[in-house]
Design a protein around this ligand. Sequence first.
Ligand code: MGD
Ligand code: MGD
Ligand code: SF4
Ligand code: MO
Length: 711
Amino acid sequence: MTSKITHTHYRTCNLCEAMCGIAIEMTDERIVAIKGDSADPFSKGHICPKAIALQDVYADPDRLKTPMRRTVDGWQAIGWDEAIDEVASNLRRIQVAHGNNAVGIYLGNPNVHNVGSMLFNASIIKALRSQNVFSATSVDQLPHQFVARHMFGHQFLLPIPDVARTDYFLILGANPLASNGSLMTAGGIERHLKAIKQRGGKIVLIDPRRSETAEIANEHVFIKPNSDVLLLLAMLNTIFAEGLAKPGRLAQFTHGLDGLAECVSAYTPQAVSVATGIGAEVIVRLACEFAAAPSAVCYGRVGLSMQRFGGLCQWLINALNIVTGNLDRAGGAMFTTPAIDSVDAPRAGKFGRWRSRVRGLPEFAGELPVAALAEEMLTVGEGQIRAMLTVAGNPVLSTPNGRQLDVAFAGLEFMVAIDIYINETTRHANIILPPTAGLECEHYDLIFHILAIHNSAKYSLPLFVAGPDQRHDWQIYQALVQALSGRKPDVAEARAAAKQVTPAALLDLGLRYGPYGAAGLSLDKLKAEPHGVDLGPLQPRLPERLFTIDQHIELVPDLFVQDLARVQAVFKPSEVFKTSEGYDLMLIGRRELRSNNSWMHNSERLMRGKDRCTLLMHPTDAAVRALVAQQSVTVASRVGQVTLPLEISDEVMPGVVSMPHGWGHDRAGVRLRVAQRRAGVSINDLTDEVFLDDLTGNAAFSGVPVRVTCL
Ligand SMILES: Nc1nc2c(c(=O)[nH]1)N[C@H]1C(S)=C(S)[C@@H](COP(=O)(O)OP(=O)(O)OC[C@H]3O[C@@H](n4cnc5c(=O)[nH]c(N)nc54)[C@H](O)[C@@H]3O)O[C@H]1N2
Ligand SMILES: Nc1nc2c(c(=O)[nH]1)N[C@H]1C(S)=C(S)[C@@H](COP(=O)(O)OP(=O)(O)OC[C@H]3O[C@@H](n4cnc5c(=O)[nH]c(N)nc54)[C@H](O)[C@@H]3O)O[C@H]1N2
Ligand code: SF4
Ligand SMILES: [Mo]
């Protein structure tokens, strides 16, 4: 018997960056179906299996709804006032005794997908006044932001591939068919990729693994992990050597075109061929094709930013787009015109104002590299982190050397987590403050509209009303900030403030003062358009959009030229990037459609099917080690080892092994009952906290030296 649909709720799925419009069919208060919203002008009906799991998170019996205190007898539910007071008094006590930096903060990825968090989490960081702020940025897109800051003057001025119009799409280290696109919000990327081919364009993918995206590309080229910097240098070398540099109108506002030619002059395709594993003739051909295409765009994502030369890679990608005249033009890499524009001067992104205490790693935009988090907790001395606040993050599974972090968290004097689950990280907390889940929240993508391939705007109302005992993330921050101030507010004053300063009020202001405000865009207008509004294709925005002092692009910032010395230091033709002694394979990561970093494995339906946490190895590497498919193998690195099933496939290139991240739910005390049944193992028990991009501080997950043996 099918239930009668009483109404349909339209919203944007907030699980990944794709911003898919979804239609949730309801029977009274019950979800009957979650479908793609074909009337959404941006995503046009695209959806992936994770959207269905939004209801699994909502209905998950393991999801926390009230604050929890860890006691010797287990977790105890407590009231909000008591919880907030206990958190604020412990954090303050520790700061008074040991200084502000004694409290550290880690902000995880879902913060960026939560409008209340985006609008209010600065307030809690400000209230704590600690320099020990960390986030998932430094295990992800830090190189992109760092490079944008230095070339275009603002960390959020990220050029977005204009996939809807390009003739040539060169992708390095991204797998949009599994990830649904990143720093390229596209709601249905497959449709756009197919259209490139249909209109006679070409897609080329550079990846050590023949991924799902390779299957629909016109050409896939294997590359040795960590060597993309050399490929990009050699492509630029070819472009200058063949006289193909044609920056066009960009030359009028770009400094350093000659300097760039000089920087790349030593890196001929022949010189980098062995190190990259790519034939010189292939490199020359790719460079010539790219330069000759009517429009072309080069794009590199986590496979490139999670490298020892992540910063240089992202710099050279921009450089390739610029010297071929493909920045800021249709079919190239373009800047968006978001309806709420957070690309403003205060957020441009300062650099190096302070350094981490133990390793001296530089701050960027108010944050330190998360690879330094454990040592800041474990190294005794003045300024040591003694208490942590984690918000929407799971660093034990998502940042390098997770076992060391486990030890560090366990040794803290006090820890508080704002999270909906007791997971590998939050199990260490003394108090967990659980916010509402996605379907209970209103939604507006403050960040992903800035990163989208098409300008649009959409606001979603909550589907379910939060219970009287529940709090949104932003309300938890407000309560904490108030409690940390030590001042008891006048009740009437507090009520009046809470009514005015809401996410909705701030969004309305942002829309009215944004680029479409004069044309009448406001929150009420968006509320009347539940599928969202189409604001048109990306437009050329330079030079006006630049935040550099003289509104010029800095094509060759000094810092990057200096960092090339690091490439030279390891660049010895024929032996570059050899793996370390005793470790003869290079480990890379992978994403699968049905996972979402570490936190969606508690959904029964996303967990169905065959084991996904496996090690992929090339047949020749398996044969040499006498390994057979499906057997358990042990992977060891400098920092640890894990055991998991082997899959043998020529999808990965010889010398490279691949496993997904976000698994390893068998740690004691975790309460994710579905995830625990097929726990998998964590790749970050193998990744190394000393393995970094020295320029930006981003963790280098690609090409971790490992060895593989049978049990
Ligand atoms: N080796 C390796 N490691 C990686 C990667 C890789 O490719 N390889 N990828 C990296 C990348 S790109 C990223 S972004 C990071 C992610 O790293 P993290 O952000 O640290 O981890 P997540 O798995 O996203 O954890 C999200 C947490 O937020 C909680 N949560 C979900 N929604 C909400 C909400 O609305 N409010 C609150 N308060 N909590 C919520 C979940 O319960 C979960 O605990 O992992 C990184 N780690
Ligand atoms: N289903 C799903 N979707 C997601 C997520 C998820 O966990 N699951 N996470 C979301 C998040 S937080 C992010 S940041 C995005 C990331 O989105 P993507 O950047 O598209 O991430 P991946 O799918 O990990 O693709 C990285 C690719 O880089 C390759 N690679 C590894 N090392 C190297 C190298 O040295 N050189 C080159 N050229 N390639 C290399 C890998 O084989 C892999 O195919 O995805 C988002 N979407
Ligand atoms: S692709 Fe991303 S935004 Fe779209 S339905 Fe899947 S998880 Fe949601
Ligand atoms: Mo990410």
